[in-house]
Design a binder for this molecule. Structure first.
Ligand code: PBG
Length: 334
């Protein structure tokens, strides 16, 4: 029996271009580079470094260590670092009253990092949850997370971060109207050049689990056991378009989708729709899953990390906020 020829003729063989590394490189459509990475980093109030149990390889860094990390980022070609605070539980309260403390660990870290490596952009999380004893991102009253009262606190916090030298403010709270109010406050106080990256499409996700461990945020309480009244329903796409449209109209310079890998469809749609610099946050749970499976020998960890980063680029991300940044930059750099 003769095998029929591959149709159409002359044979289209897509494998021809895949036969060697040089040709695969030649036809490659996207490439992850150190300049695509924003290093997600946790800073703490104490000295030295403290490992995060659920995120092997991630450590909370002191202000001093954070400054050294900024130098490392510069040397690795990582353009920016996003910092998140671990706060001692004894200093938290219902309103997160120390969130805007100009002597807090975040402004101290920003100053130390900008002194050590002024070429590296520093991005600050604008949100109350690291500072509240109920773990919510806002002011809570009778089990309700108050929108406008929360925004007032976020503006104080954001202005304090800008004054400390933060280059990008990244509100992750999901209150309505906070981008416009924050932009107005920044303009009014002479911070015209301070950028805003809005956590525009942020979903109420299970993938943030290890982050609570990393920053030591409180178990959600105050009559509201989840963040579903402010973060988005994972089932929704059209609503992400409305969220992002609003944030752009209110003055966001960059927008973000969070979590990352399970939401690549949202990322692609937002890039197509708005043509804005759009970032993906590869969150703590995504990090932990790859590390755990890798440690068990169930996946090839290094390949899985690089493949996940490549997937973000392919989906249209302008950059990726990731805990893998230093490792990946070392691997990809040079
Ligand atoms: C909250 C905030 C969260 C993360 C960043 N900012 C957690 C949450 O919304 O509950 C998650 C980051 C991660 O999981 O890596 N303001």
């Amino acid at each position: 029996m003769t095998v029929p020829p591959l149709a159409p003729y002359p044979a289209t063989r897509l494998r021809r271009l895949r036969q060697a590394d040089w040709t695969r490189r030649l036809v490659r459509e996207t490439q992850v580079m150190p300049s695509d990475l924003i290093w997600s980093m946790v800073v703490h109030e104490g000295e030295g470094t403290v490992p995060v149990a659920s995120m092997p390889g991630v450590e909370r860094l002191s202000v001093k260590e954070a400054a050294k990390a900024a130098v490392r980022a510069r040397d690795l070609g990582i353009p920016a670092i996003a910092i998140f605070p671990h706060i001692d539980p004894s200093r938290k309260d219902a309103t997160g009253s120390i969130a805007a403390d100009p002597d807090g660990v975040i402004p101290r870290a920003v100053k130390a990092m900008k002194d050590a490596a002024p070429e590296v952009g520093i991005m600050c999380d604008v949100a109350l949850d690291p500072f509240t004893d109920h773990g919510h991102d806002g002011v809570v009253e009778g089990g309700r997370i108050l929108n406008d009262a929360t925004i007032e606190r976020l503006i104080e916090q954001g202005l304090m971060q800008a004054a400390a030298g933060a280059d990008i403010l990244a509100p992750s709270d999901m209150m309505d109207g906070r981008i416009g109010r924050l932009r107005g406050a920044l303009e009014g106080d002479g911070f015209q050049d301070t950028m805003i990256m809005s956590y525009a499409a942020k979903y109420a996700s299970a993938f943030y689990g290890p982050y609570r461990d990393a920053i030591g945020s409180a178990k959600l309480s105050a009559g509201q056991g989840d963040k579903k009244t402010y973060q988005m329903d994972p089932a929704n796409t059209e609503e992400a378009i409305r969220e992002v449209a609003l944030d752009i109209a209110e003055g966001a310079d960059m927008v973000m989708v969070k979590p990352g890998l399970p939401y690549l469809d949202i990322l692609r749609r937002l890039v197509d729709e708005f043509r804005m610099p759009t970032y993906a946050f590869q969150v703590s749970g995504e990090y932990a899953m790859i590390k755990a499976a890798g440690a068990n020998g169930w996946i090839d960890e290094e390949r899985a990390i690089l493949e996940s980063l490549a997937a973000f680029k392919r989906a249209g991300a302008a950059g990726i906020i990731t805990y893998f940044a230093p490792w990946a930059a070392e691997k990809l750099g040079g």
